[in-house]
Design a protein around this ligand. Structure first.
Ligand code: SAM
Length: 245
């Protein structure tokens, strides 16, 4: 039987591709990609000539069946998404389940992931964290989900789209109160930014800046400050990192 490899790809900086990822993408029979055109660019950059098939949110059933059939025929397959680690706020979970279900091996490669990258430099406690990913789009459901999270003591991590930032911050402020938080923007890219403050301060910042690019939101857990002094900042700070690649 074939093996399904879960292969992370960079979240902005091509240098974050691992040697093992390149090697794996070169040697599998084919690559299942969320967006084949996007992945084609990555393959060109690393001089990889492996055939691509499409596997995304809207064809995952039909495409998944074909991929499982190929695994059963002994073909090795690599799964990639547009950026970062497949299956993490990206397609792939059903494919992993399907492959395990027919007793194929699923081998994960470590690599780029926005949430963990943001957490490590956020300055918020890292010993326990709760990764949520994308909140529901609609206001009511968003609020309901946040209500469920408000008692959690661990650092909370969310993904959010730029045009929803302001509304999401307002709801977070309403549900969580004025906790400390971090916006990690454009991680690994040329102009990476960490914005640390309270939810109110970040709301104020967001009102006065054009919100562009990709970012993660990290919110301090409930009561973290009672006996933990690790949330150390007491005013808004905006730090820009210039990453070369
Ligand atoms: N699978 C990816 C991972 O492992 O991080 C996540 C994919 S999800 C569809 C895309 C979201 O991840 C973005 O909307 C943003 O919230 C976050 N993200 C991805 N790249 C990022 C970056 N370079 N900087 C900050 N956040 C990023």
């Amino acid at each position: 039987k074939g093996v399904l490899y879960i292969v992370p790809t960079p979240i902005g900086n091509l240098q974050d591709m691992t040697f093992r990822a390149v090697d794996t993408l070169r040697t599998v029979h084919f690559i299942a990609a969320e967006d084949t055109r996007q992945t084609k660019k990555l393959l060109n950059h690393f001089d990889i000539h492996t055939p691509l098939v499409s596997y995304h949110e809207h064809n995952k059933e039909a495409s998944g069946e074909k991929i499982i059939a190929a695994l059963l025929e002994g073909k090795h397959v690599a799964l990639v998404s547009d950026a970062g680690t497949p299956t993490i706020s990206d397609p792939g979970y059903e494919l992993v389940k399907g492959a395990l279900n027919v007793n194929c091996k699923v081998i994960p490669l470590p690599g780029a992931n926005a949430a963990v990258t943001a957490l490590t430099a956020s300055g918020l406690p890292t010993s326990h964290f709760y990764f949520y990913g994308f909140l529901p789009r609609h206001k009511k459901e968003k609020k309901k989900e946040l209500e469920q999270l408000k008692h959690i003591k661990d650092t909370l991590i969310f993904y959010e789209a730029p045009h929803r930032l302001q509304e999401t911050l307002a709801i977070m402020h309403h549900v969580f109160g004025n906790r400390k938080m971090v916006v990690a923007r454009e991680l690994t890219k040329r102009f990476e930014q960490f914005i640390r403050g309270t939810i109110e301060e970040v709301m104020h910042w967001a009102e006065h800046h054009e919100i562009r690019g990709e970012f993660c939101l990290l919110i301090e857990g409930n009561h973290v400050t009672l006996n933990d002094e690790s949330v150390w900042w007491d005013h808004l700070t905006i730090v820009e990192h210039v990453n070369y690649y």
